[in-house]
Design a binder for this molecule. Structure first.
Ligand SMILES: [Zn+2]
Length: 385
């Protein structure tokens, strides 16, 4: 696509390089969001951080009826394009199903878990009296028959040990009730000299942190945006894009950009055919997942913007996986939409790894795209041959 305006680089709408101060600020935000408690349907602590960070940076912040945060930059003027950027606040977790007579908790999973990621892990159970620690106990090898030693433990047989003496003790002293949410107990750490970040819930706290950093970058730029931008931190993505469904209906975007945790394919046992992204090689544009096929003009618009920024960019074609972009694409009469991801290793478990440059570049890329989405560009993208 042609673009007569000065390049985003010449126009200084995004910084040329990632400064040490930017890395330090982003690291702090990513650490806080990664550590925050927020299983699907119970995103309150994450929502509080999002509201605190976005309120001074945007023109309006509201919450829809299911709990997604919708922040607007710009006026809702007739004829001005509406661009929605989504990132989901929820993380995969558990819920207390029932408390056994002995005081152990049986579980319901929230989101997609491998059974072998659940066993022998530390958890935070959020009761009405506050958080308490728990452990998915594993039967010891000493009492196990030889053939059972090589088998995967099934989640249906798992329980959380909270150290209660019995059911009454769990209910009365520890304050546990069925329905209490449970999140992985896992703390942020730097790796590899500070370039890599190890922690839980990069899916999709990396995207949520991206929304906040994009809002900051827009505020710091002297150039006003040519469109109205809605930064939406959604709920309940991991159980079927439920928050994005209602918030997309609310915003009715002309263009949808989703910010997600991608699927890195750069470690032993995963093939490039299964996932093509690698850590440290730039943000990723998804070309296929089981929820959405993106608009290819929008793909090219993003590829051109990344080239203009001299930024590395990757692609990924996945057979599984779903993301909020699918709901933006289907809202109202439909909108060109695409998923932009921060490559992540080992998502949907207690620990994942991202590269700080991929995150910082995803923020630069989306910010630059927003500066380029003029009414003419949006008309072009929403025109079909
Ligand atoms: Zn996700």
């Amino acid at each position: 696509m042609t673009n007569d305006a000065p390049s985003v680089k010449e126009a200084k709408q995004v910084p040329d390089t990632i400064s040490p101060e930017t890395h330090a600020r982003q690291r702090q935000l990513l650490e806080e969001l990664s550590n925050a408690f927020g299983p699907t349907g119970h995103e309150g602590p994450v929502r509080a951080i999002v509201r605190r960070e976005l309120t001074p940076l945007v023109d309006d912040v509201e919450t829809d009826g299911i709990g997604s945060v919708i922040a607007r930059i710009g006026d809702e003027t007739e004829g001005v394009p509406r661009i929605m950027i989504a990132g989901h606040m929820d993380e995969v977790g558990l819920m207390v199903r029932q408390i056994t007579a002995e005081g152990y908790l049986t579980i319901q999973t929230l989101g997609g878990w491998l059974d072998q990621s659940l066993i022998n892990q530390r958890w935070v159970v959020m009761t009405r009296n506050g958080p308490i620690p728990g452990l998915t106990g594993i039967k010891t090898v000493h009492v196990m028959q030889p053939d059972a030693r090589t088998q995967v433990f099934k989640k249906e047989n798992m329980f959380i040990d909270v150290g209660a003496k019995n059911k009454e003790d769990a209910e009365q002293r520890l304050g546990i009730r069925p329905g209490d949410p449970v999140a992985p107990d896992s703390r942020f750490q730097e790796m590899a000299g500070g370039e890599l970040y190890l922690g839980k819930a990069w899916d999709d706290r990396a995207g949520v942190a991206g929304l906040i950093e994009i809002a900051r970058a827009i505020r710091e730029s002297a150039d006003p945006l040519p469109a109205t931008v809605y930064l939406v931190a959604t709920v309940q993505e991991e159980v079927g894009l439920r928050g994005a469904h209602t918030s997309s209906f609310h915003v009715m975007p002309d263009i949808g950009l989703n910010l997600e945790s991608g699927v890195a394919g750069d470690y032993p046992g995963i093939t490039k055919d299964e996932a093509q992204e690698e850590l440290g090689k730039g943000p990723t544009v998804f070309l296929h997942d089981s929820s959405m096929i993106p608009n290819l003009r929008l793909r090219d618009f993003i590829v051109d913007t990344a080239a203009d920024l001299e930024m590395p960019l990757q692609f990924n074609v996945l057979s599984g996986y779903g993301e909020d972009g699918a709901e933006m694409q289907k809202a109202g009469s439909g909108a060109p939409s695409i998923n932009i991801a921060i490559p992540t290793r080992y998502l949907h478990s207690h620990n994942g790894i991202i590269h700080r440059d991929d995150f910082a570049n995803a923020v630069r890329l989306v910010t630059a795209v927003l500066h380029r989405l003029t009414p003419d560009a949006v008309t072009n993208l929403t025109t079909f041959d």
